[in-house]
Ligand binder design. Structure first.
Ligand SMILES: N[C@@H](CCC(=O)N[C@@H](CS)C(=O)NCC(=O)O)C(=O)O
Length: 211
């Protein structure tokens, strides 16, 4: 399998961490959504990462759909999302909030990157900052210890861990330790795991300047 995309994307990274967790071998093509736009769009009409090229040559897009396939391959006993029940619902809800926060961080980052300071929409910026803060407060309230659902690592941890590392990379000022102590502990817990360490963004995996 070939994973397309850079590890500074929380969506790419959660797929990579999941592949590593399942010990599924893969290689990576760290195409940039900016520098390699034509190549990325040939794989995904939406010009987004991640994409995953399977052994069969089939290409999957969207991290949620890719994770669904990986869980199916791993089987219900190993899957990071249980096949049914209250735990499954709780994990899926946490993932929905977490990916929603990541979408807002990416949108806000691009809003600031591609506009001159006085051209940034402060109405939109205020709304996005509120969505991020309320999303984080919700996850902080719901978070267990040492994992999100207390006893065992799930896809909620992978997705939240990758969302938090991306937030710390792009806008650390939005994540004060005193305000979100449980999420800080969860992030540290995740980042000591082998599968997270194996998928840290390299120094060359950055977004280019807007010019
Ligand atoms: N729902 C998608 C979101 C993927 C996404 O937004 N990826 C970002 C990188 S962090 C991207 O490629 N953005 C480029 C764009 O939308 O123009 C997923 O889960 O894969």
């Amino acid at each position: 399998m070939i994973l397309i995309g850079q590890y500074d994307s929380p969506f790419v990274r959660r797929v990579a961490v999941t592949l590593a967790h399942y010990h599924m071998p893969f290689t990576r093509n760290p195409l940039s959504i900016f520098g390699d736009a034509e190549k990325v769009q040939a794989l995904n009409p939406l010009l987004r990462v991640p994409a995953l090229v399977l052994e069969s040559g089939e290409t999957l897009i969207d991290s949620g759909a890719i994770l669904d396939h990986l869980d199916e391959q791993a089987g219900p006993a190993r899957a990071l999302i249980p096949p049914h029940g209250a735990e499954r619902r709780k994990i899926l809800q946490a993932m929905a909030v977490s990916t929603g926060i990541s979408e807002k961080i990416v949108a806000l980052f691009f809003e600031r990157l591609f506009h001159k300071k006085d051209a940034v929409s402060h109405t939109l910026e205020k709304r996005q900052l509120s969505q991020i803060a309320h999303g984080l407060a919700h996850l902080e309230r719901e978070c267990g210890s040492p994992w999100f659902i207390d006893s065992r690592m799930s896809q909620a941890d992978v997705t939240i861990g990758c969302m938090l590392s991306h937030l710390k990379l792009r806008m650390p000022e939005l994540f004060p330790a005193t305000k979100y102590p449980k999420l800080h502990a969860l992030s540290l817990h995740c980042e000591t795991r082998d599968e997270f360490v194996a998928c840290r963004p390299g120094e060359d995996e950055t977004v280019p300047s807007a010019s």
